[in-house]
Each structure stands twice: as C-alpha cells, then as structure tokens.
Ligand binder design. Sequence first.
Ligand SMILES: Nc1ncnc2c1ncn2[C@@H]1O[C@H](COP(=O)(O)OP(=O)(O)OP(=O)(O)O)[C@@H](O)[C@H]1O
Ligand SMILES: [Mg+2]
Length: 507
Amino acid sequence: MPDTQYVVAIDQGTTSSRAIVFDHGGQIVAVGQKEHQQIFPRAGWVEHDPAEIWTNVRDVVGQALGRASITAKDVAAVGITNQRETAVVWDRKTGKPVYNAIVWQDTRTQKIADELGALGGGADRYKSKVGLPLATYFSGPKIRWILDNVDGAREAAERGDLAFGNTDSWVLWNMTGGVDGGVHVTDVTNASRTMLMNLDSLTWNEEIAGEMGIPLSMLPEIRSSSEIYGNDREGGLLAGVPISGILGDQQAATFGQACFEVGHAKNTYGTGNFMLLNTGTSPVPSKNGLLTTLCYKIGDQAPVYALEGSIAVTGSLIQWLRDNLGLITSAPEVEELARSVDDNGGAYFVPAFSGLFAPYWRADARGALVGLTRYVTKAHIARAALEATAFQTREVLDAMNADSGVDLSELKVDGGMVQDELLMQFQADILGVPVIRPKVAETTALGAAYAAGIAVGYWSGEQDVIDNWAEDKRWEPSMEDAERDRQYRLWKKAVTKTFDWVDDDVS
Ligand SMILES: Nc1ncnc2c1ncn2[C@@H]1O[C@H](COP(=O)(O)OP(=O)(O)OP(=O)(O)O)[C@@H](O)[C@H]1O
Ligand SMILES: [Mg+2]
C-alpha cells in the first residue's frame, strides 16, 4: 500500500463540477458537486462563466476533502477531467477570461466552419489530419470567433498575451498558480478535439491554425494523459500535491471502464451520449460519421486511438423537460412518468437542438416531436424523450459496427442516465445486445483518478484498473425482432423530419 491513501479527481463537466476522493480499490470515499449557470444569450448559443467554474472547482474540492475528513497530505495525486471542446480564452497577465467560455453545444461558428470548408474540401477539409469534420462542435472555430468578435482580442493574441484552453487547461493553470507561474498544458485527448492537432505526430498543425487565424502562442503545450504537469499552488487546498492526469471526460470514462484492448467500447449517458471504441495504436478513419480521436496516452507509451460517436442531446433533453416545460421537477421523475404508460403512444422526439451530431453531422437540423395525435399525453412525451437516447445510441452503434467490421456483443454503460432502468431495458431491446452497468458509475472521475495515480506509482498500471472494475447490473434484450425493426424504422423516419430546417434567416 502507498503511504498516502487517496487520489482526488476533479471532473469539470458541462452542467456541474465535481471533486471525488477515491481509495486504492477505486471506490468513492467522498464527493463534492456544484452546478454552474448555463448562459443562453441567443438561440443556439451556450456559454459558461470561467470564473464561476474556477470558484466552483475550489468549493467542490473543499467539500470532498471535508467530507472525507482528509487534507492534502493524505492525497497522492490529483487528476483532471473535463467537458471537451468548450473554449476558454484568457489574459495571461491578468488571469481574466476575455469572454465567456463558448460551450461545445454552441452553434454560432457555423458560418466560420462553412467558410473554411469553402476553401476546398468542404466539411472534410481537415479530416485526414485531425480526424474531425468541420462542425460547430470543436474548439478551433470557437477560438476564431472570440478573436474576431471581442474588442482588442486579436491584437492581444498576436502580442502573445492570450492563452486558450479547454476547461482542463483553465483549471490546471489556475491550480498551479495562475498569473503566478501557472502551467499552460493540455493532454492529447483534449488537444484532439480542437481541430488543430495532427493525429499522427500529436503536435499542433500550423497550417490549420493559420487558416483559422489562431496564433500558435495561444495554444497549450500538448502532453500525455498521465504524467506530472505541476503541483497545486501554495495556499491551495491541495498545496504541493502533484497534478498528474488529464483526460477529456469521455476518454476518462473509457479509461475508467477499463477499455484497454482493441474492440473494447463504452457508452456514457450524460448531457449528451458518447460511445468510444478502442482501436489501438493507430488512428482508424471513419466512413460512417464517427470521429477519429485520441483515447489516451500513458507517459512515454504509444498513444491509443478511438472511434467516437458523439450525440449532442440525451440527458439534457430530460433537463429541458424539467426546466423549459416543467413536465417534471427532477430528472429521475421522468422514469416514473414514462412508466405510467406502456409505450410512446406513437410519438417520436428527435432532440436536434444543436443540429445532429453523429452519424449525421447535420447543422441544418432542429428538434422535432412527431407522430402526435390527441391520444398523446405528457407521459408519452416523457417516454419518447427517454427512447430518443436509446435510438440515437443504436444509430451510433450501427456506425461503429460498420466502421470496425465487427459487431459489438455487449455494451458497457455509465453516466447519470444509467440510473434509469426503464431506459436501460429499452436500450438493450433496441440494440439487441446486453447492456452492462459497473458498480462505480462515476467512471469519468474514476478514469482521471487512475491516470493521475498511475503517473505517481499509486497504481501500477492498467491491470489495477481491470482488477478494480466490477459489474453491478446487466439488462438482456427481450423485444421481438419485428417490433425492434418497426420502432427503429419509425425513429429513422422521424429523424428525416428534422433536416433542412435552418435557412439563412433562421438561427
Ligand atoms: N433517472 C434519470 N433518468 C433520466 N435521466 C437522468 C436521470 N438522472 C439523471 N439524468 C440525466 O443525466 C444527466 C446527468 O448525468 P451526468 O451527471 O453523467 O451528466 P454529465 O454529462 O456528466 O454532466 P456534465 O455534462 O456536467 O459532465 C442530466 O442531463 C440528467 O437529465
Ligand atoms: Mg460528465
């Protein structure tokens, strides 16, 4: 056993920040959590206040340490995991962000993406280099937007005064001292979501940065996912503790689910859904609307790649039923409401709130609720909202099977929505393969903890992660094939109703 007993993970997510204290068995000892404000200045725009995020991170670390009754001396290492793509640009001298963080779901950069595509190659202009299609989702065009639209930002960036980061870099820079010597670093997984990193060399692509008008001096140094980047600052709650793991949230969940071999996959059900399939040490291009992305890189070892199916809206549709319609007062209530009816009553809900991500990549789509009759009640709508998650996941799984040439035989799941047993059974039914939930469903934080702990020798390597993983529950498919096919056909038809909604004068 190591001398220090615990590892802390900071999970800076889309809706909240969490800090979790883990023990050597990978079990949760204590959690701190705080939601931050979602800022919607216009239709399609989504922002966060980076200062609020940094305050919340400090608060939740305090909560978690307090609840575990431990202090910095009991902590071997800190790992950071984060909402990916969300872009923060700040002034290195003042430590202040020059604009709110532009969140991954934000669609304001469509015009920038279109203009870059028009230089030649369309949406696939950079795909062979960075693994991603030109879309509003990724960080690069968001940085460009800030430099184009914030007074004085471009000049300051060209002087070398501005820094860019996803929220991993923002939190790390602040934790390691901010204006007083803060470390400006990111890991390969986060860098692979910017559209600016070469998949093969793991370096910034100067040509793409040039076309996007982004000075290289703004970009963080790219490091592995598991190594010591720096120590928590003097006066910090974790003063002196090494910060030694960074993984984007979805890659962290893949790590926490012990998907270390080619063909291993997990699906995380949070704000959106993200399925990642480990494809080994070389990048595999997708022909079916998936992304090629970094999965993880441990220290000096070879990088491991993944294919990813990203779905923008799943759990956030449940939040929308709660916050925008008032249909429920808390997310778990959706299951109760949905269970009060036997089926969706013919209603299909396609939540294309940010357009459609994988496998369609249709920026012109917007949400639609179709198949409505006088028969449909709010309970059917609750059911249709849950089913939307399962149908979207089926579409991504089909794309994975087509790209990899092997059919997945089971699916490991995690994230907030996997508490919903109605959804889990329907998911198994619609996929036709078993769905498996692990004992520790907080796999995002867990993966970041493992990456940090491995770097300092608290855990010896992947085998510890494999040994600690344990199954909690599995759902077997029980739907007739004909019924599965019928429902999936109707879903696909519903999806087509969302296409082509956004005209030049519609945002
Ligand atoms: N019982 C439930 N049934 C359906 N959805 C649920 C249930 N409980 C939580 N959710 C949904 O799960 C999501 C929260 O999951 P989770 O905490 O994994 O999100 P997250 O994506 O990690 O958050 P973040 O984006 O901040 O990282 C919310 O969108 C919520 O609506
Ligand atoms: Mg999360």
